[in-house]
Ligand binder design. Sequence first.
Ligand code: CAA
Ligand code: NAP
Length: 278
Amino acid sequence: MTTATAAAIARSGTQSLQDAGRPVKQRIAFVSGGMGGIGTAVCRRLSKDGVKVVAGCLPGYEKKDDWLAEMRSEGMQVHAAEGDVDDYESCAGMFHRIGSAIGPVDILVNNAGITRDGVFKRMVPSDWYAVINTNLNSVFNVTRQVIEGMTERGWGRVINISSVNALKGQFGQTNYSAAKAGMHGFSKALAQEVVKKGVTVNTVSPGYVATDMVRAMKSEVLDSIVGQIPMGRLARPEEIAEPIVFLCSDAASYVTGSVLFVDAGWTAIDGRFQPPGM
Ligand code: CAA
Ligand code: NAP
């Protein structure tokens, strides 16, 4: 093996810091929307792996202290950081505070998201822009704060949480499907820019998950959607957290620019969602 190849492997995380005989630095993760349904499951699971976790929430979020108390009572090393992912300056301030109080972020999970469903002919501009801002522009606002640090330190993980509806579309979700599909393109482009710097960028696209976001749907609409899912049920947040945390790990060092559908086979089994010739 050439020296250059060995150095690149070590940098990529294939060879862990521990294997290299150096002390292990505790990694720091930031999870946007970290106190929501999927976010909480990701924070729990990362913490179980020994990662120091910072959960993002909106400024003034009233359940923040209760959430922190519950996580800490479970023995987790978690922190909270307040910031609005819709707003670049708010994100800049939040990451400045995280950097000073906790340290530089090694793992970023862009998970904050919202829906404002409605048929397109009746969609108002505020519902279009809110969804594009929180689900897509947020990815720029947040990732921009951490990516240079990751490349300079030679290790980093960015995981963007998209949706099955990015690929298949969904009646009543032109705004959401567009934003989530945008995340796929963003991940593939950024992955190319940082691929030689030890930083991977991937997307996880869940199917329908039992969280408040789905519980807000009309029950008859939800029932008809559950009927289309190959496994015939919603996902549990923990079933989405597992693959996300894998992509955050050293073990995933050779995976980048990929989109992982965690959707009970919905898009993999149904021929309508396969590229021609597959
Ligand atoms: N396909 C084709 N036509 C449909 C349809 C569908 N899936 N759903 C409804 N229609 C038709 C209706 O039959 C109706 O037709 P007529 O006017 O001829 O009677 C017309 O469209 C209007 O339907 P509604 O009366 O239901 O319209 P609405 O304004 O009350 O509701 C909606 C619209 C709120 C968008 C509703 O369709 C809906 O909730 N859709 C599901 C959206 C969804 O899946 N959201 C997921 C949220 S969770 C999430 O997003 C997480 C994730 O990533 C998976
Ligand atoms: P959730 O429980 O509603 O969590 C979303 C989190 O994002 C909430 O904590 C919310 O805070 C936060 N958030 C919203 N706007 C924000 C902003 N401007 N700044 C900072 N934080 C903000 O929903 P979830 O189901 O866990 O969703 C997590 C992610 O998975 C979303 O991106 C969603 O689109 C995606 N997803 C969900 C499903 C599903 O079926 N549930 C499927 C595929 C993909 P507040 O509670 O304070 O608003």
